[in-house]
Design a binder for this molecule. Structure first.
Ligand SMILES: C[S@@+](CC[C@H](N)C(=O)[O-])C[C@H]1O[C@@H](n2cnc3c(N)ncnc32)[C@H](O)[C@@H]1O
Length: 381
């Protein structure tokens, strides 16, 4: 059952005076940005609103998009995204613009704004990688780096995000089965804060296998974790594109996927489909997404794209935790049985139909019986 936030406020636009509505949805852009958006000079972009939306929201969305486009225009002209006063100022402005809860629906935006968003998400991802590398290098100069993680400007966000993820995992998994023994974190980076915070504060017996495509990121991460007597025994770092990791994925009770793994829908779905192929049945996938204006900062995970997984819940934070959290469970094994002239889809481990009107046998809810039953059915032929 996917728990989503409340619906949009459906208000009929028919009551809005057309001149006012026209003004609200058409906003003059800085001329250089109009060029970028390949708009004729007198034109501006129009926020289409296929479903009814109230005037206040439309105005809010229009101003928000204009601010994001203006900041994007400056970021896209930067020589480098490595941390500096100018880079930090622009990305802080962007985060502060996108953090307030907003009813904007990114997929409703015009194509030229969608293109800007796609580029901006990648720029944010690149900047995040540089920021992590910068602070990982700085932390490595401390004798006990993990005692100084708060030098990282977004450390408190990770404390909150990891707490949210732990609570959701607890509610949807650990409460029944106990804490996960083996966790994979995909896209751990040069500063693997999620694994460190979860291991230090929440999952104190769990082993963490961190995967990153970038060998430099793993070298930096290892350098930090190796100084800690506990974590150095419970954490491993693997350098690989997750798409090249196969059989070992079934060893994990929970797989976390960093927000920056899969920077657009196609890439994200490709990784999810790969994980679905190799993860153990009924294991847990934790994904990070973005909602409202925060989708200008991070890729979005659409629960519909999680084929092969049962989406257990979707959580959209409203405080300064930027990422939404999606938790899903890989479906159990499904046995397909063609029996006489009809077909059974039997999910091992789930509740089975109490009887079958075609067959003269009783099904039992005990997985072992189910397996025996399936063998018998198969033999019947
Ligand atoms: C910058 S980190 C952010 C995660 C953050 N450190 C945390 O603890 O939540 C994201 C990392 O994902 C890695 N990454 C992106 N795509 C990947 C893939 N297909 N396989 C493995 N790692 C990937 C990048 O190299 C990057 O280091």
């Amino acid at each position: 059952m996917v728990k989503m936030k409340g619906p949009q406020v459906p208000i009929n636009r028919a009551h809005l005076p057309s001149t006012l509505l026209h003004k609200l949805t058409r906003l003059a852009l800085p001329s250089d940005l109009q060029n970028f958006l390949s708009l004729p000079s007198r034109e501006s972009f129009a926020l289409k609103a296929p479903h009814s939306v109230d005037m206040g929201s439309l105005q809010e969305h229009t101003i928000l998009v204009q601010k994001v486009c203006q900041i994007y225009d400056k970021i896209s002209k930067l020589e480098t995204l490595k941390p500096s006063k100018n880079v930090d100022t622009l990305f802080t402005q962007l985060v502060l613009t996108c953090i307030p809860p907003s009813s904007i629906i990114i997929s409703d935006l015009p194509n030229n704004i969608q293109e800007i968003r796609a580029k901006l998400v990648r720029l944010c991802g690149e900047a995040e990688g540089h920021l992590e590398a910068h602070f990982s290098t700085l932390l490595a100069t401390f004798p006990n780096p993990l005692d100084h993680l708060d030098v990282f400007p977004y450390y408190s966000n990770y404390l909150k995000l990891s707490h949210v993820e732990y609570d959701i995992l607890n509610e949807q998994y650990s409460a029944r089965t106990g804490p996960p023994k083996r966790v994979a974190f995909v896209g751990s980076g040069p500063l693997p804060l999620t694994s460190i915070v979860l291991a230090n504060y929440h999952l104190k017996e769990t082993t963490f296998h961190n995967y990153d495509i970038n060998p430099m990121a793993n070298d930096m991460a290892c350098r930090l974790v190796s100084t800690d007597p506990d974590l150095s025994q419970r954490m491993a770092f693997h350098t690989s594109d997750i798409l090249d990791v196969t059989d070992e994925l079934k060893e994990y009770d929970v797989v976390f996927m960093a927000a920056l793994v899969g920077m657009d829908v196609d890439e994200k779905v490709k990784v999810v489909q790969h994980l679905e192929k190799y993860m153990a049945p009924e294991s847990i996938l934790m994904l990070r997404s973005a909602h409202g204006a925060r989708a200008f900062l991070y890729p979005v995970v659409d629960p519909q794209d999680l084929q092969g997984f049962e989406v257990l819940s979707v959580f959209h934070p409203v405080d300064d935790v930027i990422n939404s959290v999606v938790i899903a469970r890989k479906y159990p094994i499904t046995a397909k049985i063609d029996h006489h002239d009809h077909h059974h889809e039997l999910e091992i481990g789930s509740v089975m139909p109490s009887s079958c009107k075609y067959c003269d046998f009783k099904m039992f809810n005990n997985p072992l019986n189910q397996m025996n039953m399936i063998e018998e059915l198969a033999i019947d032929e």
